[in-house]
Ligand binder design. Structure first.
Ligand code: SF4
Length: 356
C-alpha cells in the first residue's frame, strides 16, 4: 500500500485527507484576510478554477475575527495559517475554520499549546505542521534528516498531548531536497503529507519545478494534498496543480488538450485556436480528449484517437468525433464548432463506436 493510502486519515471539512487515493488541490489567498469581500471573491474564483482547500494568512486578531464571515460565504474547507500566537489559533478555531497551520514548537508555553490542542480536539480540527528548509531552528543545515528531525520535534509535542490529527509538510526551494525530505517523512510518520516546493518562482519556471518535485513524489504514491506555489495569480496555481494530477491519472473530469507543435506544413492559424480552446477547457469538468492538429499528415491520426478533434487544411479543417470524420469546417468557424462539440460531449460514453 502506498503512503497515500496507508496514512492516518484526518478530516478537513467535507474531505478526508489520508487513508485513500485522493489528492486534494489547495492554494492560498494573497488578499488581506481582514478584507472579507476581496478574500471571499478570490476564494470563489479559486473554487471555480478547481481549488478544493484554501488557506488564508492570519496575522492579527482582526484577521482572525474575519474568518467566520469568510467561512460562511465559501463552499470549500478553510485553513488558517498562524505563526507563533496561540491566541490567534484559538480564535480561528472559535470562528469555525476546518484546519490550522501551526508549529507547536514555536509557541513558548506548553499550556498554551495544550489549549490549542484541546480546542482542536473538541471541534475535530487537524493541525498542519509546516517545516521549511529556509527556516530550520538553531541554524541547522537544510538536509532531509534535519527537516524530518524538526518535524518530529513538533509532532512529539502534539503526540505527547494525545493529538494525532496531524498533517505534515516539508517544503524546500531546492527540488531535490524537497523530494528527499518527503521520502524520509513518508517512512518516518504515519500522517498525511501536504506536498509543495516552496518559493518555487514565477508561473513558468515555478510550475515546471513544482510539477517535477510534486509529480515525482505523487508517482511514488507519496502525498495527499498539493500546493503549487507561484509568484502570480493563485488561479495559475490551481491550473498547474490540475495538470500535474491529470497527467498522473490522479484526477478525472479534467479535459486533456492534444495539439501538435506545428511545422512548415501548417495552413491555418492553429496556435491561436489551440490557446483559446485551452482557456475554454479550464471551465469544463469532463473527461475529454480534444485534439487540435495542424495538417493532414499526422493530424487525422491523433484527431481520430481523441474524443473531439480537428485536422487543419488550407483555410479549413476536418472535424472528427469519437474516431469518425464528421464534416469539413471553415477556419473562421473552427473555434465555435469545437466549443459546441465539447459542450455536447457526453463523457459517460467512453467507447468511440457507441457515440459515432
Ligand atoms: S500535425 Fe502537421 S502541422 Fe502539426 S507538426 Fe505534424 S506535420 Fe506539422
Amino acid at each position: 500500500m502506498t503512503q497515500r493510502e496507508s496514512s492516518r486519515p484526518v478530516t478537513v471539512g467535507k474531505y478526508q485527507l489520508g487513508g485513500n487515493t485522493k489528492v486534494y488541490i489547495q492554494s492560498m489567498t494573497n488578499t488581506y484576510t481582514k478584507d472579507v469581500e476581496a478574500t471571499v471573491k478570490q476564494i470563489k474564483q479559486l473554487t471555480e478554477a478547481g481549488c478544493e482547500i484554501v488557506r488564508v494568512a492570519v496575522l492579527d486578531m482582526v484577521d482572525a475575527h474575519a474568518l467566520g464571515e469568510i467561512k460562511k460565504q465559501i463552499s470549500i474547507p478553510l485553513v488558517a495559517d498562524i505563526h507563533f500566537d496561540y491566541r490567534l489559533a484559538l480564535e480561528a478555531i472559535n470562528q469555525g475554520v476546518d484546519k490550522i497551520r501551526l508549529n507547536p514548537g514555536n509557541i513558548p508555553k506548553r499550556e498554551h499549546v495544550m489549549e490549542v490542542v484541546e480546542a482542536c480536539k473538541a471541534k475535530n480540527i487537524p493541525i498542519r505542521i509546516g517545516v521549511n528548509s529556509g527556516s530550520l531552528p538553531n541554524r541547522m543545515a537544510p538536509t532531509p534528516e534535519n527537516m524530518v528531525a524538526t518535524a518530529k520535534h513538533h509532532v512529539d509535542i502534539l503526540e505527547s498531548m494525545g493529538f494525532y490529527d496531524i498533517v505534515l509538510s516539508l517544503k524546500a526551494t531546492d527540488m531535490n531536497l524537497m523530494i528527499e525530505a518527503y521520502r524520509l517523512a513518508a517512512k518516518t510518520f504515519p500522517y498525511p503529507l501536504h506536498l509543495g516546493v516552496t518559493e518555487a518562482g514565477t508561473a513558468f519556471s515555478g510550475a515546471i519545478k513544482s510539477a517535477m518535485g510534486i509529480g515525482i513524489l505523487l508517482a511514488e504514491g507519496i502525498g495527499n494534498t498539493i500546493r503549487v506555489s507561484l509568484t502570480d495569480n493563485p488561479i495559475l496555481e490551481i491550473q498547474a496543480a490540475k495538470e500535474i494530477l491529470k497527467n498522473l491519472g490522479l484526477k478525472d473530469k479534467v479535459p486533456n488538450l492534444i495539439s501538435c507543435p506545428t511545422c512548415g506544413r501548417i495552413q491555418y492559424d492553429m496556435i491561436d485556436i489551440a490557446k483559446r480552446i485551452e482557456q475554454y477547457l479550464l471551465k469544463v469538468n469532463k473527461t475529454i480528449n480534444v485534439a487540435i492538429m495542424g495538417c493532414a499528415v499526422n493530424g487525422p491520426g491523433e484527431a481520430t484517437h481523441a474524443d473531439i478533434g480537428i485536422a487543419g487544411g488550407k483555410g479549413e479543417a476536418i472535424l472528427f468525433r469519437r474516431g469518425k470524420i464528421i464534416k469539413k469546417i471553415k477556419e473562421s468557424e473552427v473555434y465555435d464548432v469545437l466549443v459546441e462539440e465539447i459542450n455536447n460531449f457526453d463523457d459517460s460514453i467512453q467507447d468511440h463506436e457507441k457515440g459515432a
